[in-house]
Design a protein around this ligand. Structure first.
Ligand code: FMN
Ligand code: SF4
Length: 443
């Protein structure tokens, strides 16, 4: 598939100021909502099923199927809720920010269609606290909508600002936080569709998922499903960052080659440097080496390489990047963001940081490299939510694909890259933990 942008979610935003209701309506905005309200909720869900849309928040769950799990009013008389996940805190991901900031009405229209389809009168948008710009845009868009009872109907949309915890992007931690509790994941089942917010049936969907709903209703599910590749239909907003000439968000058809994404739309690596590796789906995904990028950017193709599209944050790293320093940065983010509820995640990520720090400082013994992998292995599959294991999967992939570099840190009593590894500004800054240099590691 050639490297070209294909605008479905962002359509019209380059030509007009779609933050204004009048401008959005001028390009047919809110007509999908009118069309949807002329359909039955079941017919809307059929259309979503036909589109084969899968959630854009990272877990890839089929959207229509999720909506169909919500009990009918005669099965559960509790109010139904729609909760939109706008927490977007994964390092490398910044697409939802742009959707809310530039096409707020398409996003709101998607929320109103979804609310109708799942019989909800209350929509909560849980937005990352630091996203002040998109928040202001949404406030403006909702104020405009307030005077338009014909559009908003009886639905109330509440914007709820998060307080800065990555774990509150996990859907059940998000629900806890919305209820005013500490943001920690719940055990599942029950899943939110059965017992979510205030123990009532709740659909949790990502911002991009919501903004994709109006175009699907407009063009029809079957037509939308012609875009992309099997299991990854339609378009995806990809956030390109790191050592790349043209960083930013690009809406592309699923299945585009990663090489085209990086060297076509992204313009390649600055100053002609060589590619070292790519984080394909936000910092929680396993790395691809420079010689693995002739692959389609879609669910199945990346799965075959034991990695994932995740939240579509593509982080490009050039030849100057130290993999141990990368491991420290990525892992310390997850260590810091661990909610602490389960021991393998809470203690394991801390232990991983200690070993990685010792490797970087030249203090690690030979056995600690295998110990690092052993700790990763003991986190994997033993946690309540995916946060712990994503840290383990990511770091283990750095060792698997660049083991000789980890070994060099032991053989050369420290980092071969020293201070020259250019990670500043690429990923979350490393937290300063005084316990690391003095930490002891059991033999
Ligand atoms: C640690 C963690 C953080 C997450 N952060 C986000 C997030 O910021 N935004 C998001 O939409 N989904 C996030 N998710 C996925 C959500 O739990 C959930 O699958 C998603 O919001 C469902 O929406 P979708 O089906 O439309 O993708 C996160 C999951 C985990 C485990
Ligand atoms: S895996 Fe980590 S973040 Fe998730 S519930 Fe357990 S301790 Fe909390």
């Amino acid at each position: 598939m050639a490297a070209e942008a294909r605008q479905i979610v962002m359509a019209g935003a380059d030509e007009r100021d779609l933050t204004k209701l009048a401008e959005y309506e001028a390009i047919g905005g809110y007509q999908a909502l009118q069309k949807a309200r002329g359909m039955t909720p079941a017919a809307i869900i059929d259309e979503l099923n036909a589109s084969e849309l899968r959630g854009r928040g990272g877990a890839f769950f089929p959207t229509g199927r999720k909506w169909s799990f919500v009990p009918k009013p005669d099965q559960n008389p509790n109010p139904h809720y729609l909760v939109v996940n706008a927490d977007e805190s994964e390092p490398g991901s910044f697409k939802d920010n742009e959707i809310m900031a530039r096409v707020p009405h398409r996003f709101i229209e998607g929320c109103l269609i979804t609310a109708y389809a799942v019989d909800s009168k209350n929509v909560f948008v849980y937005i990352r606290g630091e996203y002040t710009g998109p928040y202001e845009v949404l406030v403006g868009a909702l104020e405009e909508l307030h005077g338009r009872a014909d559009l908003r109907g009886e639905v109330t949309i509440v914007l709820h600002r998060g307080a800065g915890a990555y774990i509150c992007g996990e859907e059940t931690a998000l629900l806890e936080s919305l209820e005013g509790e500490r943001g920690q994941p719940r055990t599942k089942p029950p899943f939110p569709a059965i017992a979510g917010l205030y123990a009532s049936p709740t659909v949790v969907n990502n911002v991009e998922t919501m903004a994709t709903v109006p175009p699907i209703i407009t063009m029809g599910g079957a037509e939308y499903a012609k875009l992309g590749v099997p299991d990854s239909r339609g378009t995806r907003l990809v956030s390109l960052s790191g050592h790349i000439v043209n960083g930013g968000n690009y809406e592309v058809e699923n299945g585009i080659s990663m090489r085209d994404l990086i060297y076509g739309l992204g313009g390649g690596i600055p100053e002609g440097r060589r590619l070292k590796c790519v984080i394909p789906g936000g910092s929680s995904t396993a790395i691809l080496r420079y010689d693995e990028i002739d692959v389609g950017y879609d669910f199945n193709s990346l799965l075959r390489l034991d990695t994932a599209m995740g939240s579509a944050g593509v982080i490009v790293l050039d030849e100057r990047c130290c993999m141990v320093q990368l491991g420290i940065r990525v892992n310390e983010f997850y260590e810091h963001e661990s909610c602490g509820k389960c021991t393998p995640c809470r203690e394991g990520t801390r232990w991983m940081s200690q070993i990685l720090r010792r490797l970087e400082a030249g203090d690690a013994d030979q056995h600690e490299l295998d110990l690092l992998l052993d700790v990763c292995d003991r986190i994997n599959g033993k946690c309540l939510c995916p946060l712990g294991e994503t840290a383990a999967i990511a770091v283990a992939s750095y060792v698997a694909k660049f083991r000789e570099e980890f070994q060099a840190h032991i053989d050369e009593d420290g980092c071969p890259f020293g201070d020259s590894s250019p990670l500043h500004g690429v990923l979350a800054p490393v937290a300063q933990h005084t316990h690391h240099p003095t930490a002891t590691v059991p033999a």
